[in-house]
Design a binder for this molecule. Structure first.
Ligand SMILES: CC(C)(COP(=O)(O)OP(=O)(O)OC[C@H]1O[C@@H](n2cnc3c(N)ncnc32)[C@H](O)[C@@H]1OP(=O)(O)O)[C@@H](O)C(=O)NCCC(=O)NCCS
Length: 167
């Protein structure tokens, strides 16, 4: 059974495979992974975990974020990031929650399950509702959001914005 776990080195090989899939998105927290050696990978997972702490140094305009991986045994299947609060840019574009599923395992319900498993995490962070956005042509992501109770708020440019209750 897959579960959300804290980023860890035990799944490094399958994370690197996913990063070489050609569809690894370029979120700043996740760049360069395919080329990391073991030491760099360990240090990177430490940074991902530390990103949840308020006092961790981060670039201007970035807020604390909880990074979790969707893992089955040693197989990395996907990832999710929960931004702890909204900036003007996140309010317009990125929202609280962003998820990504490895291309090899898409269309098996993983993203729907990832968001479902993430909502209690967001709730524990004090977020009663999370803003989740998707591009207007991202049919899969829209279905994921709506399957998890997302209520359409509005459209900003190509972004559709939904509020998803966490409890
Ligand atoms: C969008 C994404 C997360 C979906 O992941 P997934 O694990 O394939 O999603 P699921 O299997 O849970 O599918 C959810 C729904 O979308 C549908 N779906 C999945 N891929 C689809 C596609 N390419 N075209 C149309 N529908 C699709 C599924 O059939 C399912 O519909 P249902 O609930 O009616 O059965 C994945 O494609 C991805 O990581 N894309 C790149 C990153 C991204 O777009 N992230 C979201 C940012 S908003």
């Amino acid at each position: 059974m897959p579960a959300l776990v804290v980023p860890r080195s035990s799944v490094a090989d399958s994370v690197r495979r996913a990063a070489r899939s050609g569809q690894w998105d370029d979120h700043p927290a996740y760049t360069g992974v395919a080329r990391m050696d073991d030491g760099q990978f360990d240090a990177w997972t430490d940074r991902l975990v530390a990103d949840a702490r308020e006092g961790t140094p981060r670039p201007e305009g970035f807020v604390p974020s909880t990074n979790l991986w969707w893992v089955d045994g040693t197989e990395f299947l996907g990832r999710v990031q929960v931004r702890h609060r909204l900036t003007p840019r996140l309010r317009d574009l990125g929202g609280h929650v962003g998820y990504w599923v490895a291309p090899a395992v898409r269309r098996r319900g993983h993203a729907t399950a990832i968001l479902a498993a993430t909502l209690p995490v967001a709730n524990a962070l004090g977020l009663e509702c999370v803003l989740v956005t998707c591009d207007d042509d991202n049919v899969a992501s829209r279905r994921v959001i709506e399957a998890n109770g997302g209520l359409f708020q509005d459209r900003r440019g190509v972004k559709l914005r939904f509020w998803v209750p966490t409890a």
